[in-house]
Each structure stands twice: as C-alpha cells, then as structure tokens.
Design a protein around this ligand. Structure first.
Ligand code: PEP
Ligand code: MG
Length: 576
C-alpha cells in the first residue's frame, strides 16, 4: 500500500467533478407530468442508486480481463486529471490535491496486485475483483490507529467505485457534478431525495413516481421545477447534456436548440419578475377585503428548510414532517439529535407557532433500521401513530425531545393517521408519563398545544368527538384523498383518477372545520391541496383557519387572500 500511504499524507479537500461540452446534437423533448412549475436550465445528471450491484461472474481469459482493468484504470486516471484541472482553477491547488491523490492511489502496487490475484486465481470479472479489493483495503484503513489514515478508508471506496463505474460503463451519475444539476432518475425514494444536497439540485425529473408522492412534495417544498412520469432514456444520450425543464409545461428538453433556449430564458426571467412582484406582499397580514383572517404557515421537513420559510414570510410552521430526520439517519436519531433540530426550528421561528408532527414512517417513507415486516398493503399497514403506539420506546424518545424543545419556542405537537378517540386517549397517557418524568428530573418544558391530523375518513366522521380532546385539527388532504377515493397516491397510473377537488373530499373538509369550530378549536389544511390557489376562496368560505403550504406557495396564496371578499364570494356561489 506504499502509494496509497504516500498519497494520503498530503490529502486535503473534498472531491467534486466536472463535465465537458459536446456539440452537434439535435434537441430532444420529453413530456412528463408537472409537479412544480418554473424553468430550470443546466446540465443533466442521471441519478444512479448508491449501491452498486457488483456481480461475481466467471471469465475464461484472465489476460483479457486484466487488459480491460488496465484500460478502465487509465480512464479513471484521465477523469481524475480532468477534475484536478477544473478544481485548480476554481478552488486552488491545495483543495484540488485530492484528485492527484486519488490518481496515485489507483497506481498503488498492492491494490493492483490484489485485483490481479483475484482475477487470475478465482477466474472472475474485474468489477468483482475491484469490489473485493476496495472493501478489504478500506477495512484495513478503517482499522488503523491514526485518525487521519482511518478517515482515508472513504477514499479507497471512492476510487474503487469510480473504477467499477468505468468498468461497467456507467457515467459519473448522482450528484457529483460540482455544479447544480437537473437530476434525472428512474424513481426517487423520499430517503434518497432528502439526502441530496439541495443547493446542487436545479430540478427533478423521474420516469416513474406520482405527483402525490413524498418525493414530489419534497420538490415542491424546495420550490424547484419537477416532473414525474417522463419516459426519457437514462443513458449517455441524456447524462451530462445541457437540459431545460419546463415545470409548468411538464417538459424536459435535452440539448435545446437556440430558439428554445432563448424562449425559456425569457420565460425564466418573466417568472423571476413575477416572484419579485410577490415579494411586495411580504410583511402584510393575511386578511381578506372583508376582514377574515387566515393563518398562513409553511410545511418543512428539516431545519435546513427554514431559510425558505423566513424568505417567504410564513406566519409559522404548520407541518414539520419530523420523519425526514429519521429518513436522513442511518439509525434512530437520538433524543439529543432530535432535541437540537426541534429547538433550532422553535428558536428560529422566535415565538411563532411550530407544529411538529410525530414520526410518520411507513408506506413510501421507509427506514431500514425500523426493521418493519413486509406488508401486502403498507399504506394501510403499520405506519405513523400505529408504530408509535406499538413501539412506545421510539415514541417516548421523540416526545421527550419535543417537550424539551418546547422550552425554547411555541411548539405544538401533531399526531398523524388518527382514526379514533381511543388512540388520542392512549397518546395522552404516554404524553402525561413523559411530562411527569421530565418534571421529576427537573427538565423544563413549555405549554404545548396538541392536535391531530385529519387524514382518514374515520377521523372525519368522529371529528366532533375528537375535537373535544385536542387543541387543533390539521387536515392531511394527501392521505385523506387517497383513503376516501381508494386510490394509492403512489400509483402514477391512477393520477388521472386522483381528483383532489372531489366533492367528497371538499365536503369532508367543511365537516371537519364545522366540528372544530363547534368545540372552539382551530382547523387547518396541511396537505398539498392547501396550496391550490384555485381553492383558496373556497377554503376561506368554508372557514378554514389555517393553510400550511410549501414555502414557495405562501406569497401566491397571500395574494388571493388579500384580493378576496369572502361575503361577496359566498353570495356569488350561493354558499350559506
Ligand atoms: C397528508 O397526508 O396530506 C399530509 C400532509 O401528510 P403526508 O403527505 O406527509 O402523508
Ligand atoms: Mg399523510
């Protein structure tokens, strides 16, 4: 490992990548379904799943296999030289050194000898030999005494992965382009989406996925153009090419021609101007022309989303999807980690209401470390509050963190997937035990409102009784629509039947609001429907007290509120 040892001594900086331009290719356009509007212009990166499935395959000609390996190694070294040249210009020699180091590592005698040995003695493919060598060497480094050397185990993995990608003919893939990119993928799980560096994503385009999935919701909360159901090839005809995503038109252009580029740049500028006009609404109260007030809050999944919340002047947080903390983690987030996240949000919102939903793991939001048993029908399975009530130790940890954080701001706790009053009573027992424990240990906590999500038809039907037990309701129209219309929100083929304006759903909202008001509590909407500006007037007419929407939707909704005369609208629509 001489070269590797020698190489790592001067190792500093973080890797990033660059791409080269190719000319003379005609424009291709692909149609998908719009998830969020706007225009994104930039390079396309085909997202490859992290895990490389390396197969062990028998070969007959070891010399030919080693020749293939040598060529792949040369290509990897060439790629690294390109990255080094770009990095030197952009971040200086010291920070670019990582790419030189990786080149030296690829030339390490021990590493190459190990690959050669495995290929020849086992008569197997080079990808497999590299995977085994990379694994062995990185473990060796991980076991070293020196902290610095130990940390280099990741570099061994990095070079091995690069070699495997070259050997198997894959592009760089993923979010490794060193510039913000348009991510194109077959599909993206919420756990993959949350782990991406948001500053590096201009847009998402997926071949599969539904407009109601959590990945779509994440794209909306990031306020970036996004498409699903777009059948474009995930190969070199797209990867690394210039692209334009027209979020509103539901199209992606690959290698756009000059006219399209000019047209889209103009539209991008016009959209920017519209956004700037909306900025004038910042600081204004959400009050209709005839004096009806609305609380206009933001949905977030992470403290990192707070910048958008503040920029868009949200009156509070109406839905913090706390499960995203779990999805970002390799293991259960500790009480301390959760406390820090909740405290940060509470403090940043400086006394404004912050509604934190307890974990809603399950269905499409999967965490391996929960070790959930496979289910035939996970959307109707063990998810959300059902996990909390059957595994109370997980619930207690989260509740402790939430109550502790309540000493730093106005935290409200919300419970998802409620179907009955008895669940609320069981939750209350656990909450009282947690509070008693904190008091006993002299740990401070504040006044905490407790509410439930109304996202099952059962909760709607017992909302009169539920309203007597809680401080507020928040209607989760995404799931409520799914369960009411019996349509799997993940099933992209059913998008055309997923009618979010279905009278059954709208009447349920009215029923919930009325029952909330009868009991003197407030009712809001935190599902995606809350941001549908074609319904804002109707929600006001129904008496909805709060709308919680993605940060980018706050000012467009505020605009409608300020322009609405609710009494006149009701008269016009004959609503009594
Ligand atoms: C909903 O169901 O409307 C909701 C807000 O929760 P989620 O989308 O996270 O299931
Ligand atoms: Mg839901």
């Amino acid at each position: 490992m001489a070269k590797i040892r020698q190489a790592v001594v001067s190792l500093k900086g973080e890797p990033f990548a660059c791409r080269t331009k190719k000319k003379g290719v005609t424009m291709q356009a692909y149609q998908g379904k719009s998830v969020f509007g706007g225009i994104a212009i930039g390079r396309i990166s085909v997202y490859k799943k992290d895990e490389q499935q390396v197969k062990r395959e028998k070969i007959t000609d070891a010399d030919a296999e080693m020749k293939r390996y040598e060529e792949a190694k040369e290509e990897a070294i060439r790629q690294l030289q390109g990255l080094y040249n770009k990095a030197v210009k952009e971040v200086g020699e010291a920070n670019a050194a990582i790419f030189e180091i990786h080149q030296m590592m690829l030339d390490d005698g021990d590493y190459n000898e190990s690959v050669d040995n495995i290929v020849r003695t086992q008569q197997v493919n080079a990808e497999y030999a590299v995977a085994v060598t990379g694994d062995n060497f990185s473990k060796m480094f991980a076991a070293m005494d020196d902290d610095y050397m130990r940390a280099r185990s990741a570099d061994i993995k990095d070079i091995s992965e690069r070699l495997i990608k070259v050997l198997s003919g894959d592009g760089a893939g993923g979010l490794n382009a060193g510039e913000p990119v348009i991510i194109v993928a077959d599909d993206l799980a919420p756990s993959e989406t949350v782990q991406m560096d948001k500053d590096m994503v201009l847009s998402f385009v997926t071949v599969h996925g539904s407009t109601n999935s959590h990945t779509a919701i994440l794209a909306r909360s990031m306020g970036i153009p996004a498409l699903v159901g777009c059948s474009l090839p995930l190969d070199d005809s797209v990867d690394g090419k210039m692209g334009i995503v027209d979020g509103s038109g539901g199209k992606i252009y690959v290698e756009p021609d000059e006219d399209t580029l000019a047209d889209m740049k103009l539209r991008q500028q016009q959209e920017q101007e519209k956004k700037e006009l909306l900025q004038q609404l910042k600081g204004k109260d959400n009050v209709t022309l005839d004096g009806q007030k609305l609380m206009l809050y933001a949905n977030i999944g992470n403290p990192k989303d707070l910048a958008g919340v503040l920029q868009n002047d949200a009156g509070g947080i109406g839905l913090f999807r706390s499960e995203f903390l779990y999805l970002e983690s390799e293991d259960y987030p500790t009480e301390e980690e959760q406390f820090t996240a909740y405290k940060t949000v509470a403090e940043t919102m400086a006394g404004k209401r912050v509604v934190i939903r307890t974990l809603d793991i399950g269905a499409d939001k999967k965490c391996d470390y929960f070790h959930m048993e496979p289910e035939e029908n996970p959307a109707m399975g063990c998810r959300a509050i059902r996990i909390c009530l059957t595994r109370p130790e997980i619930f207690r940890t989260q509740l402790r963190a939430l109550f502790r954080a309540s000493a730093y701001g106005k935290i409200a706790i919300m419970y998802p997937m409620i179907t009955s009053v008895s669940e609320v009573l069981r939750i209350r027992e656990i909450v009282e035990e947690v509070k008693a424990e904190l008091t006993e240990n002299g740990i401070a906590y504040g006044e905490v409102e407790q509410g439930v999500m109304i996202e099952t038809p059962a909760a709607v039907m017992v909302s009169e009784e539920l309203a007597r037990e809680v401080d507020f309701f928040s209607i989760g129209t995404n799931d409520l629509t799914q369960y009411t219309l019996a349509i799997d929100r993940q099933n992209t083929k059913l998008d055309e039947f997923y009618d979010s304006h279905h009278p059954a759903v709208l009447r349920m909202i009215q029923m919930v609001v009325d029952n909330a008001h009868k009991a003197g509590i407030w009712a809001g909407i935190c599902g995606e429907l809350g941001a549908d500006t074609t319904l804002t007037k109707d929600f006001l007419a129904m008496g909805v007290d709060e709308l919680s929407v993605s940060p980018g939707s706050i000012l467009p909704v505020r605009k409608i509120v300020l322009e609405t005369d609710v009494a006149a609208y009701k008269a016009e629509k004959k609503i009594c």
